[in-house]
Structures are given as structure tokens and as C-alpha cells.
Design a binder for this molecule. Structure first.
Ligand code: CS2
Length: 408
């Protein structure tokens, strides 16, 4: 199998920060940071300041290696290693809150990207800020000591409002339907409760485009790090492993300056909705179905579950009979081909993805992945036996003492 390896081709000392990212986990490092790494060759004004809300570990590990890390891309046929240099710094909110708030207010930062997971939005299923959550209550009562993403963003925006009037784009990159609208709504709800003056300022100075992100990036394991050692010659604890496929569709709705991510493989479109509906209801819905059906059959990995003929038949039927008939994909989109390609990607055993990882936070994920299909079918007077079976499987897994995963 051919093994390729590549290093950044730009002069890092010329980079200036233009993006703040919240949630510098594996997905961000294998997705937005890679697109930006490609862009920096053309335009050095978009270096990334990363941040994480709680854990200091990643910031320490990245700092120890000058914020350089490796993305290992794997399939059955290829393997490549890429050193990514787009991340310039990582701030941890729990220990450096003020520096993070200051960075949000920094006029050099023109775009904030987010990967904070579904539950990080602290939204109700209707999409409002969930005022019953302890952390949200805390932030509304102590807006200068925030701990939630919404509270921290609101504190930074408030500082931006007082210091200068530079516009800002807040770009959600999480698997949520209308993710831009969700972050806009929770931030507006937060501002209304904690700092009403901010609401009007946000209307005039901040935009919240929606985006659809896609790349399978499992949690890195110690074995991945050890195996990469033989090629890299050093242990990279910040290594991320990803499939070759990558896609990013972004709503063209920026408050000001826009990174030319479209020159390096991303797409700017007027409306992301058909892309995100298709991805959430086909790819993520079948991923979740494989996870719960797979866990109930004792499978550790998605690639094992998708090769089990009875599970596969069920998932194919879910997509063909229930999801696709009520889906509105993008124009001229080959939806059946897309379904096939998704199931093929799930078969990639070179990027083993744990059923448990997909199962995690199902109560938040299924709302995005399965319920819209149920609602659309109900509106047409149609029943959804397989979609209901996915929800039943999630519930059965939750109640099974031998199956462990977190769910709020
Ligand atoms: C997965 C997603 O863990 C999960 O819930 O369904 O992270 C999935 O791998 C990505 O959305 C693929 O783009």
C-alpha cells in the first residue's frame, strides 16, 4: 500500500490569526483546520486560534509540539500523513476564560467556527436556549464568569460591542439541522436574559451562516498513535485519523471578510438546507441505526454492523422506504447513489468507528437524524415502522446494563 507524507508549504511566521475555533477536537482538526491549512498557502490572514471549553490536556499536548499535528488518512487502498500547521494557539476556557473572551473581541478575528457537539448548544428540542439547565442558569446569573459556549460567546460579543464595531461571522460546524439558526437563537435568548443591549448589536454586526460538514473521524486510539510512530519517527498524541472523503457546504452569509475556503474544496451556496437535511437524514440517521442495531447484536464497530446482512437490509429499507421518499435533496442530486456511497464509506474498516461513539448522546442526535423523517411522513399520513425501530433500539440500548454510553 502506498504511503504518502506531506508538510506545510507556507511560511508559518507570516500567518496572522483570523479565525477562532471553539471545540478543537478530532473532527475540527481533520476538517476545518485542514481546509484552512490548504488556504493559508494563498492567504496567510486566516490562522486559527483554537479553544476548548474544559479540558486543558489537548492545549498542553499541542503546545508541546508547536501546535503542529498529523492527520492520517486511511482507506483499504491508501494511507497518507499530513502535517497540519493552521492552528496557532489553543486557549482553554476553564483556565484562561478572560483570554478567550478577549480573543472573541479581537478585531483581527473575523470568523468564529464551532464544533461543540449537539448538546453544547444547550438548546431545547424546539431550538430555544434551555433555561432549565444548571450551567445556563449559572451563566445568566454570572455573565462575567461563563462556562457554556453561549455564555462565553455572549461575553466576547459584549466586549466587542463596547470596544469597537467590527463585524463577525459565527459559523456552526455541528451536525444540527439549521445549525446557524440554532446558535443564533440560543445566543439571542441568552443576550435577552443577561444583556438585552447585545441583542440589537448582534442583529447589525453578526451573521450566523449554516453549514454542512462531513468526514468520518473516529476517536484516535493509543494503537493509532503507536502505529504512526513507525512512519513519523515520533509519537504524536494529537494525531487524528480520518477517511479520505471530506465535504463542507457553507451558506454564503458572511458579515465581512470571508475565507476563500471554496478555493480549497469547500462550497459556498445560497442555501445549505437541502445538503444538511440529506446528510443528517441519510448518513447520520443510518449511522445511528447501525450503532443501535449493531450494539444490540454485540458489534463493537460500524463496519461490522454494516456487513451484517440482516442489519444492512433493515438500514437499506429505512433509507429507501422511509427516508428518501420524503426527502428533498439538492437539485440534480443522485440520492440513491449517495445512499450507496454512504454505506460503502461505513464499510471502511481502515477507519474503525465504534458503535458506542455514534450511540453517545442519542437523545440529542436522533432529534436531528430520525425525528424529521417521522414528522415528514406523519404529515403525509404515512407510518414509519423502521424509524420507530431505531428509536426503540436506542431506548433498549440505554436500558441494557451491558451497553454503556453517555446520553444527557
Ligand atoms: C457520527 C458522526 O458520531 C456520530 O454520531 O454519526 O460524527 C459522523 O461520523 C459524521 O457526521 C460524518 O460526517
Amino acid at each position: 500500500m502506498p504511503i504518502e507524507s506531506s508538510q506545510p508549504t507556507y511560511d508559518r511566521s507570516l500567518l496572522t490569526p483570523g479565525i477562532l475555533h471553539v471545540g478543537t477536537g478530532a473532527f475540527h482538526r481533520a476538517h476545518q483546520a485542514v481546509y484552512t491549512d490548504s488556504l493559508l498557502k494563498e492567504d496567510p490572514r486566516w490562522g486559527i486560534v483554537g479553544s476548548s471549553l474544559r479540558s486543558t490536556r489537548l492545549a498542553e499536548q499541542l503546545k508541546a509540539r508547536g501546535y503542529l499535528y498529523t492527520v492520517e488518512t486511511r482507506s483499504q487502498y491508501e494511507k497518507s500523513y499530513r502535517t497540519v500547521a493552521s492552528v496557532l494557539d489553543v486557549i482553554t476556557a476553564s483556565t484562561e476564560r478572560d483570554r478567550l473572551i478577549d480573543t472573541i473581541a479581537d478585531p483581527e478575528i473575523r470568523v468564529i467556527t464551532l464544533t461543540i457537539t449537539e448538546k453544547g448548544y444547550c438548546a431545547t428540542s424546539a431550538g430555544d436556549l434551555d433555561l432549565s439547565l444548571t450551567d445556563v442558569k449559572h451563566d445568566i446569573e454570572h455573565p462575567h464568569e461563563p462556562i457554556t459556549a453561549a455564555g462565553i460567546l455572549a461575553a466576547g460579543l459584549a466586549r466587542r460591542m463596547v470596544r469597537h464595531n467590527e463585524k463577525l461571522t459565527v459559523l456552526s460546524c455541528d451536525n444540527l439541522s439549521a445549525n446557524g439558526k440554532v446558535i443564533e437563537k440560543v445566543l439571542t435568548d441568552f443576550a435577552e436574559a443577561a444583556n438585552p443591549q447585545l441583542t440589537g448589536w448582534m442583529n447589525d454586526h453578526v451573521t450566523f451562516p449554516c453549514s454542512m460538514v462531513d468526514r468520518i473521524v473516529p476517536m484516535t486510539t493509543d494503537a493509532d498513535i503507536k502505529a504512526a510512530y513507525s512512519v513519523l519517527g515520533y509519537e504524536d498524541p494529537t494525531l487524528v485519523v480520518a477517511e479520505p472523503f471530506s465535504q463542507w457546504v457553507i451558506e454564503d452569509h458572511f458579515a465581512g471578510d470571508r475565507p476563500a475556503w471554496d478555493s480549497v474544496g469547500a462550497e459556498y451556496v445560497a442555501s445549505v438546507e437541502p445538503y444538511e437535511h440529506t446528510k443528517l437524514r441519510v448518513l447520520n440517521a443510518s449511522h445511528s441505526a447501525l450503532a443501535y442495531f449493531g450494539l444490540l447484536q454485540g458489534y463493537t464497530y460500524i463496519h461490522e454492523a454494516v456487513k451484517d446482512q440482516s442489519i444492512r437490509r433493515e438500514v437499506e429499507a429505512l433509507l429507501e422506504r422511509e427516508v428518501i421518499p420524503v426527502l428533498e435533496p439538492p437539485p440534480r442530486f443522485d440520492i440513491h447513489g449517495y445512499k450507496e456511497s454512504v454505506l460503502k464509506r461505513f464499510e471502511n474498516s481502515a477507519v474503525p468507528y465504534r458503535t458506542q461513539q455514534v450511540a453517545t448522546d442519542g437523545s440529542k442526535k436522533l432529534v436531528q437524524r430520525i425525528l424529521p423523517t417521522l414528522a415528514a411522513r406523519k404529515a403525509h399520513g404515512l407510518d414509519s415502522p423502521i424509524a420507530c425501530k431505531v428509536i426503540a433500539a436506542w431506548k433498549t440500548c440505554l436500558e441494557d446494563p451491558d451497553i454503556q454510553f453517555d446520553d444527557p
